[in-house]
Design a protein around this ligand. Structure first.
Ligand code: 4AD
Ligand code: MG
Length: 476
């Protein structure tokens, strides 16, 4: 009977005839194969009867080769595993030249593995990350489905820039060089495929709002694209975003939803990916041993995940946060040197990290930001200068979630758009929502890869997505 490695290792009794397929991780002493098939972080040891196996076959049992093994599942005599396979026959399904195979049985740097992103998932770290990621994806759909949300797909090609940051990738069917120019000397996209200028979406929010105002509770889970030229460990040009949007919900409800949602999906991973998390926990601890004490995380990975699940997030207004930053002494090591802030300035990641990692030491929800540093669609507060925005900040990550209560008043929204030069003709359908049955509504966006970074303890966003898209890099 055919099994996965995970199924074999979870057997309570020995079995006469088993069959398993996978990739050889190592082959020791012409006898012991460590076999992995991706179903678990663990390998199964397969013991080859080398005296009765042809030399030509033994030579082809190399790291990276795909093999099919038949044999008996028996209790292991060796240390480190309880069960192993006594091999009765082995078939080489696909050879792997040991001199050329890039993933050698040794520690590789993440830089090297990024250059071999097509093979790096055959390592323990990357396979664990991708299994955790898959679980998180399921947990997210599960959470929203259980809570009465409908999943929707928003367009990837759009004519709007929801965030208004001007960081879009243009989509053209024709080479702009072949398009006519307008009287002002600009490319005239009327002749292009869609008859107008289009780009890849930066967020599905505006379309999600239209559906929330009909279905009540919806969420998107899809790719988004940003041409921000920031080469940091937390930014990708192509990332996946989860965007719930809820009718009749205000900012306080939005914060409750974000907190409950994040705790729920992290709890799910803690319950379902124990072995992977234990491996990643140890990996991080080993890596951090090489860092000076001050740079190490204050908590081990699993403890950190449990802490987030078990403790309330701290809710702080932007204005209170500025006061805290103003009254804090710059740290000697200059890590948080720009602490003095003027009210109205956008927070830099070092400010966010100070608040979360040094001051509150827990996830923080910052809300009521100055209107002029946030997007046009956010609900203006009665003070006339702040908007009902919220950012959820996580230790080691910074901004995990960005969201808001939306401006539901037609006149206020129109004024805001006019002030920002956003033509009403472009968003007539968005304005219609405020004309026909408008209502308080709110939502947020979670950067999926940032959640995966947090849950796996990985330090670079490039290592939690199969094929990262970043400036000057679209290999694979
Ligand atoms: O804060 P952002 O820009 O918010 C929006 O796009 C809203 N329309 C969401 C909404 O209210 N429906 O982005 C949301 C989240 C950020 O908090 C961050 O986690 C992630 O998306 N994010 C990125 N992740 C990776 N690479 C990037 N370049 C990212 N930019 C934003
Ligand atoms: Mg944001």
């Amino acid at each position: 009977m055919s099994f996965t490695v995970a199924q074999l290792l979870s057997q309570e009794t020995t079995i006469q005839d088993v069959e398993v397929k996978g990739w050889v991780r190592t082959f020791r002493a012409n006898r012991f194969i460590a076999l992995n098939d991706g179903s678990t972080i663990n390998n199964i040891q397969c013991v080859v009867d080398f005296e009765n196996t042809e030399e030509s076959i033994l030579k082809r049992i190399t790291t990276g080769a795909a093999v099919q093994i038949k044999g008996q599942l028996v209790e292991s005599q060796g240390k480190g595993q309880s069960l192993e396979i006594q091999v009765s026959s082995i078939e080489i399904l696909g050879d792997s030249d040991p001199d050329e195979y890039p993933i050698q049985p040794k520690k590789h740097t993440f830089e090297f593995l990024r250059e071999n992103a097509h093979l790096r998932t055959r390592t323990n770290t990357f396979s664990a990350v991708m299994r955790v990621k898959s679980t998180l994806s399921f947990a997210i759909h599960n959470y929203f489905t259980k809570n009465g949300f409908y999943n929707m797909h928003t367009p990837i090609i759009t004519a709007s820039d929801a965030e208004g940051a001007g960081e879009t990738f243009r989509v053209t069917a024709l080479d702009p060089k072949n398009l006519p120019l307008t009287e002002d000397g600009e490319v005239d996209y009327k002749e292009d495929f869609f008859g107008k200028e289009t780009n890849l979406t930066v967020s599905g929010q505006l379309e999600a709002e239209t559906y929330a105002m009909a279905l009540g509770k919806v969420y998107t889970f899809g790719p988004t694209f940003r041409a921000e030229n920031s080469n940091t460990s937390r930014h990708l040009a192509e990332f996946w975003m989860i965007e719930p949007e809820v009718a009749f919900m205000d900012l306080a409800g939005n914060m409750d939803l974000a907190e409950d949602f994040l705790k729920s999906v992290i709890r799910y991973v803690l319950e379902h990916n124990k072995e992977d998390l234990e491996f990643l926990d140890k990996r991080l601890a080993d890596e951090e041993k090489r860092l000076p004490q001050a740079e190490r995380s204050p908590m081990a990975l699993i403890d950190k995940l449990k802490f987030v699940v078990d403790n309330n997030f701290k809710r702080v207004s932007y204005t209170e946060a500025i006061d805290i930053l103003r009254n804090s002494k710059p740290n000697k090591k200059k890590k948080f040197k720009y602490l003095i802030e003027e009210w109205g300035a956008d927070l830099q990641s070092e400010h966010e990290r100070f608040l979360v990692e040094k001051h509150f030491k827990c996830p923080v929800i910052l809300f009521d930001y100055p209107a002029n540093i946030k997007a046009f669609y956010m609900r203006l507060n009665e003070d006339g200068k702040t908007v009902r925005a919220m950012d959820v900040l996580f230790p080691g990550i910074g901004e995990m979630v960005g969201g808001s209560q939306r401006e539901e008043r037609l006149d206020v929204l129109k004024e805001k758009m006019a002030a920002l030069d956003i033509p009403e003709e472009e968003l007539w359908w968005y304005l219609d929502l405020r004309k026909y049955g408008t209502a308080v509504h709110s939502g947020f966006g979670l950067g999926f890869e940032r959640l995966v970074m947090f849950a796996t303890g990985m330090g670079n966003i490039k290592d939690v997505i199969p094929y990262p898209r970043t400036p000057q890099n679209a290999e694979f």
